[in-house]
Design a protein around this ligand. Structure first.
Ligand SMILES: O=C(O)CCC(=O)C(=O)O
Length: 271
């Protein structure tokens, strides 16, 4: 029944050239109003149901490490929930990803719901692509709040221009990455910026190499965010550089051999 009522997101929205240029220069951009209020409300319901159904975190906040305190992380809901599938495989989002990257076709890497609970901790500085055994820098994450959010709910925060360097340090998201990469950002004078406010259905977009972090959630509400990671079609799988990349190769690329196209059944072309 629910399925019948969901708005389909298979039309496309044109992104202006200034937004594309700013994304490529700074490594991130904010695009407002990708979903209407009605659309985001419908998918918020769907994503919330799936996220809480598949969440496996049960520890009290004080018993978690820094990564665990940062958010509930519920991954690849499109694989297990046919309504979330309509969101993650939506052409409206994928076409924006392709236009930002300047490519014809993009594939899905994975989706993840990132719910920063009330009182949840900071998200340490990190680079997403440290985790990904992909041979292209043409990767992008869409980060979309499902409710209106302010800075103090854990707004995503970027160090502009950091995507141009590739891997800064071989460090996973942790207290260590927070310390090392914070120093790196300060020492190199990268501008640090975040939106003050985002409406539900707006989204930020960042390259896989863009350094980013988020403050803790000082509000009384959970910061409900859904993310989708895309990469340019034609990318190949690299020999994993660390054990996290090997785990990703197994999980998100179905164990496909290094040197092959990154094109497993979990990586459909979406546009
Ligand atoms: O939601 C957050 O706090 C962090 C998000 C993030 O690191 C990402 O989407 O790449």
């Amino acid at each position: 029944m629910e399925t019948m009522k969901l708005p389909l997101l298979n039309d496309t929205k044109k992104i202006d050239d200034a937004t594309i240029q700013s994304f490529r220069k700074n490594g991130h951009t904010l695009i407002p109003g990708i979903l209407s209020r009605e659309e985001v409300d419908a998918y918020r319901n769907v994503i919330n149901n799936a996220a809480y159904k598949y969440n496996t975190e049960t520890r009290a906040m004080e018993d978690r490490d820094t990564y665990g305190k940062a958010f509930l992380q519920i991954m690849n809901l499109w694989e297990v929930d046919e309504d979330v599938r309509k969101f993650t495989l939506a052409k409206r989002f994928a076409k924006i990803a392709a236009d930002l990257l300047g490519v014809e076709h993009v594939r899905i890497y994975h989706d993840q719901a990132l719910y920063k609970e009330a009182g949840g901790g900071l998200t340490p500085w990190h680079q997403d692509q440290y985790y990904w055994p992909l041979d292209t820098p043409n990767t992008v994450t869409m980060w979309m709040p499902l409710i209106d959010i302010t800075e103090e709910m854990g707004m995503l925060t970027f160090a502009s221009g950091t995507h141009k360097t590739g891997m800064v340090d071989s460090v996973a998201i942790s207290d260590e990455s927070e310390k090392m990469l914070d120093e790196y950002v300060k020492q190199n004078g990268y501008p640090v910026t975040r939106p003050q406010h985002m409406n539900a259905g707006d989204a930020t977009w960042h390259y896989g190499w863009t350094l980013h972090c988020a403050p803790g959630n000082a509000s009384a509400s959970t910061r409900e965010v859904m993310t989708i990671i895309y990469f340019a079609d034609g990318a190949k799988i690299m020999t994993p550089k660390n054990e996290n990349q090997e785990a990703d190769r197994q999980r998100w690329l179905c164990g496909t051999e290094p040197g092959s196209d990154a094109a497993s059944t979990l990586n459909p072309v979406v546009v």
